[in-house]
Unconditional design. Sequence first.
Length: 230
Amino acid sequence: MKAEGRRGDQGVRTPAFFFCLYPLAGSRQFRSLSAFCLVLLAGCAHYEYDVVEPPQLAGHVSTKAWLAERRDDLEYRMVTSDNRLVVHVYNRSERPVKLLGTDSAAVDARGESHPLRTATVPPGSYVKWIFPPPPMQVAHYGTTVGIGVGAAYGYGPGHGPWGYGTYHYHDPLHAGAFDQYGPRYYSIYDPNDSTYFDWSGESAVRFLFTFERENGERIRHEFLIRRRKV
């Protein structure tokens, strides 16, 4: 049975949790709770993408299904994952093609051009990009030696808050004390690597993909993709 309250004779039903919060209304605790909820809501913003140009290929890139677009012998498939744009380019021809990274680019909202990596795409395979490119991560394994202030708790007779008795202690430097800690991951940012860029807020990025066939023929495809909050 749902707990509900009534107000006046209009039959307007008010959820029961309102009466739980009503005594806090106007208080410092209520204002702090409201501010905390607003921060949580702001930090949970979700973004997806729209293909704006070329107009004949315009469409929405969601998290639930791939948006597939065929251009020449190449098929572009796009999906949104963790607020990033994932792009797969499939080679549907019978010959390998090569993406020319130095002749391809992503132009960010500030107008800065960022090159793409060069890749060979054999028939029936694909090449993958993630935009904005996530930074490279390295994992740290093994023992770390440091100097600092620590603490330990022990086992033996003594007097505690519950009277006399036997109490336990634990040495944090004892073997196995850090077994529950996994590897530490560090993000590496190279200010000289222009392939990385930030795609924040609601803005658009223009992409130029340049491929080369075995006979030297080049194929150029351009996209204008907008990032928007949903």
